[in-house]
Design a protein around this ligand. Structure first.
Ligand code: NAP
Length: 524
């Protein structure tokens, strides 16, 4: 049996990425359920004029995830058992001062890395900073401290695939188009050097050697984004994010003598139970899909029968705690995939129907403004009462072209009416101007939806993924009774209909929509 409580007793743990969506829930779970560690060191990047401590207090401790736990544990607990350090994993020693690190040697026994750059297609050097250079630095740190490493990666390092993705696939030498175990054409270290050389070339051709993304010309950023996309596609990864995460995994796996475990969640979504049902943060998960469906999107570039591999954030945090305990005991597997579809699948089509059902019941899409707005939507081909349709990329393109032609036609019609009414001295022209504004909004909305949906194509249209998640199931089965009351890994118990309506829609509308409303709503 594994006793998680005993594994953490008197341990010093270093946590990276604690102010992210997953990191906060993990931190909250550790503090709430396993506060018997000796000391927890948290590394935070100073930014936006705030020190690490200020960011941690404002963004993490004051967040709804931790507020209640913080007030229950009290300030003495935090003063005596937690330490906040400024750091940045893209820097040598993870940006932690050397004299501080000296104090950690042989004291910090476990490093948990939740830090990562999660954007799908950023300039490749930005992905590298956190997901490749960052991992080299985290690995060096662990070696220097004599600590074990639990690293959070993603199931989607598998790249283009169709069917069951096994956990036993070796990490080293992996690339999605690999033609079997004999194929040794991919070497992560060579690939990293090659891409770094190309990054340098692009920077130097713009007359710059530095890596400051804020100061770079737009064109350089675009070339670096294209480079990431190209390198990823060359080997079969679906975006720069998963390419860089796989390189990060391979750096870890190639480090001799480093005890490690890689935890790979699928798509991390709103909490099932902890800290409370529906907690979610940030607009990068499936939140945009939820909001688009509620806003009346009917045409989906998606395969109805593709499983949607979603796991609630609190199950992911539970799994990380369980794997960390096994790692401390030296009983870990190298890879733990955290998916749901191998035991309790839900297909993309079903999810979209659930969301559309809610949208219809609410009648939200029909209450969309004035009669003029309704007319414009109708003229441009938007039928809010239409049935949802699942389409191929070609069909979606054809629909988009048709929509653009309708918009153009409607725009011409509004222009002509405007001219005619102007000649006739009509007072109805403000009404027409509102119609023109509605049309512009529709165009912007369509463009934004197009760009967003394109990013999801690998997950809902081009590939079908089922992630084998046997290792975490086996690990959970070894927990003693006491720990099973504190931790849970139970995707098979999720009632998806209820989860998508109560936890996901409820959570996205309560926590994500207000966060991104200004930027996002403006665009749709
Ligand atoms: N969300 C998902 O659906 C999902 C699915 C599978 C795997 N994952 C993995 O889970 C991990 C956490 O994801 P998340 O959703 O919680 O992302 P998130 O909310 O964006 O959090 C990322 C965290 O990483 C930190 N970070 C990034 N670069 C850093 C650097 N150079 N130095 C120090 N800290 C750095 C960020 O700090 P700042 O606040 O300073 O930027 C932030 O705390 C990632 O590794 C991701 O690949 C996520």
């Amino acid at each position: 049996m594994t006793s998680v409580r005993e594994s953490f007793q008197d341990q010093e743990i270093l946590l990276l990425g604690s102010n992210g969506f997953l990191g906060k829930v993990l931190l909250a779970m550790l503090l709430d359920r396993f506060p018997h560690f000796k000391r927890l060191h948290v590394v935070v990047r100073p930014s936006g004029g705030l020190s690490a401590r200020e960011r941690f207090d404002r963004e993490t401790l004051a967040s709804p995830v931790l507020k209640a736990i913080v007030s229950r544990l009290g300030p003495d607990f935090f003063a005596s058992r937690m330490a906040i350090w400024p750091g940045d994993i893209s820097q040598p020693n993870c940006g932690i001062a050397s004299e501080i690190l000296d104090g950690f040697v042989r004291r910090v026994g476990l490093v948990i890395n939740c830090a990562g750059k999660v954007d799908f297609f950023p300039p490749v050097d930005e992905s590298f900073q956190s997901n490749v250079d960052g991992i080299e630095n985290v690995v060096e740190l662990c070696v220097r401290l004599g600590a074990k490493l639990l690293h959070v990666s993603t199931c989607y390092v598998c790249g283009e695939a169709d069917g069951l993705i096994e956990e036993s696939e070796p990490v080293l030498g992996f690339y999605p188009h690999r033609r079997g175990p004999e194929d040794d054409s991919f070497d992560a270290r060579e690939e990293i050097s090659h891409t770094r050389a190309l990054i340098r070339e692009i920077r130097e051709s713009g007359g710059r050697a530095g890596s400051d993304a804020a100061r770079r010309p737009r064109e350089e950023g675009q070339r670096l984004a294209a480079l990431g996309k190209h390198r990823a596609a060359n080997w079969g990864w679906v975006n720069t994010y998963t390419y860089s995460k796989s390189l990060g995994e391979q750096i870890i796996a190639s480090t001799a003598g480093l005890p490690y475990a890689v935890v790979r969640p699928a798509i991390v979504e709103s909490a099932w139970r902890f800290p409370f049902p529906g907690w979610i943060e940030g607009g990068r998960t499936a939140a945009p899909l939820v909001l688009m469906a509620l806003d009346g999107l009917k045409d989906w570039p998606a395969r109805e029968d593709a499983p949607l591999e979603v796991v609630p954030v609190d199950m992911v945090a539970s799994a990380i705690v369980i794997v960390a305990a096994l790692l401390m005991q030296g009983r870990q597997q190298p890879v733990y995939q955290l998916g749901s579809a191998d035991r309790n699948p839900i297909e993309v089509g079903e999810v979209i129907r659930i969301l559309d059902g809610v949208a219809r019941r609410r009648g939200r899409s029909r209450r969309n403004g004035s009669l003029g707005a309704g007319l414009v939507r109708w003229a441009a081909g938007r039928r809010s009462w239409a049935r949802i349709r699942f389409m191929t990329v070609a069909e979606v393109k054809e629909r988009r072209d048709r929509f653009n032609r309708s918009v153009e036609r409607t725009g011409r019609w509004i222009g002509r009416m405007n001219g005619f009414m102007g000649d006739a001295g009509s007072r109805r022209r403000p009404w027409l101007e509102r119609c023109a504004a509605e049309l512009r909004k529709l165009e912007l909305q369509a463009k934004f939806r197009e760009q967003t949906l394109d990013q999801y194509l690998p997950f809902v249209l081009h590939n079908r993924y089922v992630f084998e998640s046997e290792n975490i199931r086996a690990a959970f089965a070894t927990l003693d009774e006491e720990d099973r009351k504190l931790l849970y890994w139970a995707p098979e118990e999720i009632d998806w209909n209820r989860y998508w309506i109560e936890n996901q829609i409820g959570g996205v509308e309560k926590w994500v929509q207000p966060q991104v409303a200004a930027a996002w709503k403006f665009q749709i």
